[in-house]
Design a protein around this ligand. Structure first.
Ligand code: GTP
Ligand code: MG
Length: 658
């Protein structure tokens, strides 16, 4: 494999008017190992942004059918390709003269010293300065000699998006926006033809709500593609997409939705539309791994050709950088008609992320085929229940998964995947296992805990639940869970139009399953029943396309004697102790959009060999709380059973008792 080098060029202080007093170059190998760092300066160059502005005005007068609906006013009135050429040459000359400044020499030397001509070099220009971001960096003479080098822009502030990979097939969401005056069918054809292995979902001229809904999809996306009209603010900090009949959608409005998609593994966004630097900037603020945009308005034909060339190279196995360079340079073939076409595409890179390659994305398909005796499920689950119902303890005990007995438990492993889940694992060790209760959970709209957990069930485990007596597949469940604050039920009753309730309803839309956790000794049957009604009606009101969901009614704390004795009759317990809730759930089931089942669980379990007793004692500080009696014998039961049912729709009885 050819070596890859990364050269990060950071413009730390200054601007084109004052000059840049500190320009730092860091060379790294593709394991992010630092190979060297160099400092230099660049003198004031106010003429460069001026030249660019003139170039931009001339370019934008080209009058071709750009993929841009709102045209920005130009200064000059008649397009002249000769004038544009003169301007382009001058800009190239001035840019290169500037980069040859003596004070910048140490940086230049540092770069040349650390990279070979046959290596792939990713040059990352790291700056917030809007003039620098707009510059045609590919005109730097360095690229004439280093044919495997390509430039990318990056924000100085970034972090890893930290998204677990849970899909087995490359998933691409292709939003085909407003097509007024342009031909977007070719984009669709290119995607279908060049990436036949991928699952591509096309959404044509969607309403705004639809865009939110599809991006949010719980299965996640690997690539987000947009074709249509778009525009950025002149300072390239924000941008918007035109989706239907001239209606636009600001990228800022999609913030939470995009953040969710990134958390679910979105690796690359391609905006085959005009003037995308503002769009890329907003995505960088969300730590999006990579974005490809057009730095200026793009003629329709150039956008189509770019996509064809890029997909050809990318699907052939070229790295993202080399595929973009190849596609950019092949646009030379249309430059006689559309001057400066090769200037347009640019990568925006989150430096903490490894650039995505088609081979990497497809690897999962191979693995999946190889492991055909495996079954994978993923589900978005929401824990609902009154205060002190035991929601946090359930989740913490699940990720900790202590003292599992391999001879009786079908569970092979429970693994916390993301940081929130790992933190919960630590809380289980540092709080529950030390004989304390977890703190109550409060609502934080900006930083709500979002747990990714993987549960693997054993292969070849005997089971009475299924037709075959042995489950001969390894079953993996990837679940995403959130615990809603206990007061949700009160809010649903008292203030169902509040933002708090609205946000929870919106979040419920993506859930495949709800876990309704009930403390048997808390007899608020009527209240719970009404709240549940309001919740379900709220979800139905907001849902564009109705989705089938499962609700698991779960009694917690079944180590307590009354419940332990009746633990095999959860339905009966529910119908007698919570008749109103039970009635609501059963009628929901009859209406067809929900399936309901009943469970008994304990996060602490029992101790003893002959005479079993709860492994819990009431906390002497607060009678509603109880804590582990003997952490050494901590062994929860029933926790995985509802999750298995929510993921698969099947009951696995061995999981009820272990
Ligand atoms: N005996 C027993 N006590 C439990 C069990 N699960 C939780 N508890 C106790 O119930 C109390 C409340 O548990 P939490 O998990 O904090 O409940 P929660 O639903 O998250 O509560 P909020 O976050 O305040 O809404 C704590 O004292 C727990 O130790 C269980 O399975 N058995
Ligand atoms: Mg809690």
């Amino acid at each position: 494999m050819p070596m890859v080098k990364i050269a990060v060029l950071s413009f730390l202080t200054g601007d084109c008017q004052q000059g840049f007093q500190q320009v730092r170059l860091e060379n790294r190998d593709d394991n992010q190992r630092l190979l060297g760092a160099f400092m230099g300066k660049l003198p004031p160059a106010p003429h460069i942004p001026e030249l660019y502005t003139t170039w931009q005005s001339r370019y934008r007068l080209m009058g071709s059918r750009f993929r841009e609906l709102e045209k920005k006013p130009g200064v000059i009135t008649n397009f002249s390709s000769r004038d544009l050429e003169i301007n382009s040459d001058a800009l190239k000359q001035q840019l290169n003269d500037w980069l040859k400044s003596p004070d910048f020499f140490p940086v230049m030397q540092g770069l040349l010293m650390k990279v070979r001509q046959d290596e792939e070099v990713r040059v990352i220009v790291q700056t917030e300065d809007s003039h620098l971001r707009r510059l045609p960096w590919h005109l730097w003479e360095f690229y004439d000699h280093y044919l495997n080098a390509e430039v990318a822009l990056s924000s100085p502030v970034f972090q890893q998006s930290n998204s677990p990979k849970t899909r087995n097939k490359v998933r691409i969401l292709a939003i085909i926006g407003d097509s007024t005056g342009i031909n977007l069918e070719r984009d669709q054809r290119e995607l279908e033809e060049k990436l036949p292995e991928a699952e591509i979902v096309f959404v044509r001229e969607p309403e705004k709500e639809k865009v939110f809904e599809v991006i949010w999809d719980w299965r996640g996306w690997d690539i987000l593609f947009f074709a249509g009209h778009s525009i950025s603010e002149p300072d390239a900090t924000t941008g918007k997409l035109f989706i239907k009949d001239g209606k636009s959608l600001e990228i800022g409005d999609l913030k939470l939705t995009l953040r969710k998609a990134i958390a679910r593994g979105l690796k690359l966004a391609i905006f085959n539309s005009c003037d995308g630097l503002g769009i890329a900037k907003q995505l960088a603020d969300l730590n999006m791994p990579q974005v490809i945009v057009m730095r200026e308005p793009v003629p329709d034909m150039v956008a189509q050709e770019f996509l064809k060339f890029f997909l050809e190279a990318f699907a052939r196995g070229e790295s993202l950088y080399l595929a973009v360079r190849e596609a950019r340079e092949r646009l030379e073939s249309v430059q006689h008609e559309f001057p400066c076409a090769t200037w347009l595409p640019v990568i925006c890179q989150n430096p903490a992320e490894e650039p995505v390659s088609w081979r990497e994305l497809c690897k999962k398909i191979e693995t999946d085929e190889e492991q055909s005796s495996e079954q994978h499920y993923s589900a978005t689950l929401r824990f609902i229940g009154d205060r002190i119902a035991g929601k946090s303890t359930y989740l913490a005990s699940l990720v900790r998964w202590p003292n599992s007995d391999p001879s009786t438990s079908p569970v092979q492993t429970v693994t916390p995947i993301n940081d929130d889940a790992k933190e919960l694992f630590r809380a289980a060790k540092n709080i529950l296992e030390q004989g304390d209760s977890l703190p109550p959970t409060y609502y934080d709209c900006c930083d709500q805990q979002d747990y990714f957990i993987q549960i693997v069930l054993k292969k070849q485990f005997p089971s009475k639940s299924f037709k075959q007596t042995i489950i001969n597949q390894l079953i993996t469940m990837n679940i995403n869970c959130k615990e809603y604050m206990g007061e949700l039920f009160n809010y649903l009753l008292d203030d169902s139009s509040s933002i708090f309730v609205e946000e929870h309803l919106q979040d419920c839309l993506i859930a495949d399953g709800l876990l309704l956790l009930i403390d048997y000794f808390n007899s608020k049957d009527d209240e719970y029943a009404i709240s549940l009604d309001i919740l379900i009606r709220g979800i139905t009101r907001l849902e564009v396309t109705p989705k089938k969901r499962r609700i698991a009614f779960i009694f917690t704390k079944c180590d307590l004697p009354e419940l332990w004795l009746n633990r095999t009759y959860p339905r009966k317990l529910a119908s007698t102790r919570f008749p109103q809730v039970y009635k609501r759930l059963e009628s929901l089931q009859q209406l067809g959009s929900y399936t309901v089942d009943y469970f008994t669980t304990s996060s602490f379990g029992m101790i003893g060999t002959q005479f079993l007793e709860p492994n819990s004692i009431f906390d002497y500080n607060n009678q509603y709380f109880s804590v582990l009696k003997d952490p050494k014998y901590w062994k929860p039961f029933g926790l995985v059973s509802p999750i298995f049912w929510l993921c698969t729709g099947n009951r696995y009885h061995e999981l009820d008792i272990t």
